[in-house]
Design a protein around this ligand. Sequence first.
Ligand code: SAH
Ligand code: SF4
Ligand code: F3S
Length: 441
Amino acid sequence: MKKVYLETFGCQMNVSDSERVATSLQSKGFEITTQQESADIVLINTCSVREKAEHKLYTRVGEVRNAAGRKPFVGVMGCVAQLDGETLFQKIAGVDFVVGTRAVGRVSQAIEHVLEHQDTYIDLGERDIDYEWSVAENQRHSPYVAFVPIIEGCNKFCTYCIVPFSRGREVSLSASEIVRQVLEYRRQGVKEIHLIGQNVNSYRPKTESGLEEFAGRTPFSRLLRAVAATGIERIKFTTSFPRDFHADIVDAINEHPNLCNWVHLPVQSGSSDVLRRMRRGHTVESYFKKVDALKDSARDIALTTDIIVGFPGETEKDFLDTVAMVDRCGFDSAYIFKYSPRPGTPAFAMKDDVTPAEKTRRFRELEAVQKRVQRKRLERYRGKKVEVLAERVSARNPDDLAGHSTCHKLVNFPASKRLLGNIVNVRIVDIKSNTLYGEIC
Ligand code: SAH
Ligand code: SF4
Ligand code: F3S
């Protein structure tokens, strides 16, 4: 039995693709191994969103090639594979096959080809119409949490972003297929599902199938109601695109306790001028309105975001506006990135005029502000009871379990392993910089 070692970089979409690739390879008689040294095939699922992410591929292929012992075949899938295609064979010595983002259903054909012909192979084709979206129980990243893709690709073309090029146009899965998967996961004992997509709230399926009985202003809010009706314990969804984030999403959250109280709404900048040049389709003011609607909810909805510092032309004033915006919004957490020019995107043609040192300064300053804001935000949980899904034994302390709250905070608490997979009530007794600590109550 040939052994495949699969390594994944990038976002949840890549994690989810890898889970399905592993499922399909396993069903075709391959063994998925966690030991690279014993693998016949090393498969790397790549990310291209920033230059650093892309470089990981070069480093990893080098390491695999230079490792002692057997020489596995090396396959590249994911966003770098889709973008670089054929040129990867020249760019990186030792790549044997390349599989694009929509060709992931045919990885086994690629492997069989290289094993049989000892020759390179490339597939950048489209998805098969009978593509299997399900993931086997033993290939999910967690026994209790499952990712369910609802929309893939992106039509937004923010000027800095490579994703529309690597993932293609938006395609939504039918609600009936999504609900079928959720019901199957529920039967398997999954407690929490994440509806995933580059922009989940741009969900627009070709047919009404599965949505017929569910009202709402947008297909996405109708889908939320349809998934809530499955009775699965918890539903989270990410990422939401601010321009398409309407009040009916908050209404759906207010109506259904199993729709979790967490929204990830990437703002990118606190300067409307920068946002315009990023072509985000929202202004700082329109973003504030959405945030206020979220904060007006009777439920305490946690808000997280992504921010880019050092976009071309970002002035000190623009940056200070971003600092003020962070203060005003009170994010529960924020991923902050330094702008990284991506060849092929519109912003690549703009002058990358914020120096690396200045990007680092802005990054550090904003990080410090966010830390302060976050600390204050997290304090509101002290003494409060939160519901936590006991997902795993804590990496730090074998006597503690770790899991997420409905508001997607990582919570550690002392408890027996017997509670794994259960949703437990935890009273928060301590606040760490990014996590909460509590006791079962
Ligand atoms: N679809 C999501 C995000 C996908 S990429 C959305 O629209 O919000 C995840 C994050 O990476 C983005 O939110 C952005 O903050 C960051 N990012 C994307 N391209 C980048 C680039 N060229 N340089 C730095 N950060 C980038
Ligand atoms: Fe990239 Fe913008 Fe699409 Fe998000 S919405 S994936 S940032 S182009
Ligand atoms: Fe990276 Fe591709 Fe996701 S570029 S962030 S793996 S869509």
